[in-house]
Design a protein around this ligand. Sequence first.
Ligand code: CS2
Length: 513
Amino acid sequence: MTTRLSPENTPDGSLIGAAAPAETGIVHLGLGNFHRAHVAVYTALALQREEGPWGIAGFANRSHRVVDAMRRQGLRYSVLRLSDERRGAGVVAVHRAARVAAEDRGAFVAAVADPDCRILTLTISELGYARSPQTNRLDTAQPDVRADLADPTRPHSTIGMLALALARRSEGGLPLSVLSCDNLQGNGDVTRAMLTEYAALSGLGPDVQRFLATQVTFPNSMVDRIVPATTAAMSDEVERLLGVRDACPVPAEEFSMWVFEDDFAAGRPAWQLAGAIPSDEVHAYELVKLRLLNGSHSLMAYLGALEGCETIADCWAEASIREAVLTGIRLDYLPTITVPTGFDADDYVASLGRRFANRAIAHRTAQVATDGSAKLQQRIPDAAAFALDRGRMPHMLALTVAAWICAAVPPDGFTAGPIAARMREPARDLLAAVTRGAHSPAEHARAVMRGGFFPDLLTRHEAFVDRVAGLVTTIARHGARAAAAEATAAAAHEARPAEPASPPNVTTPRDEQ
Ligand code: CS2
């Protein structure tokens, strides 16, 4: 008989950190795997070192999967640490509630308005912020955002629901921090900007805008832990390791990092005692992580999807893809970054190689490739514009965009394969609309580049658009591996130190004889 994980059936010594206290100081939106392996773990560990009112009320956006399973298990779940050398599991018990926000909007709003709540943490993905890729402002063209602006009391969009909850909170006037844990540059600043704009446009009223401006802080943060999706085999693995069955374990790599601005309006857990880093240099950490790790991930995911590589580790094992990634890091990303004080970039790059090579986590290319139209905004345009403004072509960034195009909206006559077909791309219909009737892969690529999916600061560089068009043509005719090799060779060639001018004709006395 298998025993189900529960508060009574949590094996001795398996608890990670401390169990939740009686107060709910944190409300979290986005009760998926990343939150459960990251902020929840830091919070449980911090509570073990220093008590505080920091139980978490977790809200999934829409999905019941995690909520139902956690509820059946007394709100506990396990984190399964996976590396090729070691496997381990521990139980997290820091949540005090689990609900589905879309079905229980009132409960979410009430939880945020509750005076006990001091921090609202978010993992709502790049899409949740409803930011236009072209203007970086609130994307009022999105139908659900538009509808919510017209009637902000019954929101359907994530941003609308957050705004409603903060409006309710503003009635009590108590300070709060909203802490985005998503992979966005300046994630706190973006959250503030989108909510402020929404509040102004929706007529939620000047009091709400004033409240956001004076009582709410939005610390920026850099979050890092590779957390794949859960599979059935992972429940078996937990059972083998802990002797109890968990219906919603979270697989994760050993590595974990969190850097945040220490700007909390109503206190925070002692996260620094759990290894998190309060810092004034979050921006620099963000760029390192979003470009070197996430940018490389995207390149691998799209090339890999086109080449039939199921996992990131499979991509890393492919010489042409690995070379492309390392060339991108060295030539296109590192020069755009000022590394944080005391940070060893060589070490970081070496550790990335080990993390990408981790087979045990089976991190799917289809998962990383998901939502590319939103994710690439954070990874490509600024870094590419940096090189282009200085007269250099960022070949590997052009390759990332070209591979995304071929996977998301394959040019006529090109078959992207089953992995690309499985990846979720919210802009697929729009992409299909703008590319309809294109007569060649190059024309197809140009239509995407002109289609409003990237900001002007990138697309005004005709040379970049041409480079993407060229690489889409190579992928369509010869495959992704050939395009990777072509781009890598071009990048390496252009990066060679200039040849010394040919030596003057030196004639020696001997020659004269
Ligand atoms: C990945 C990230 O899916 C993706 O886009 O690049 O989820 C990545 O695994 C995490 O940011 C690592 O911290």
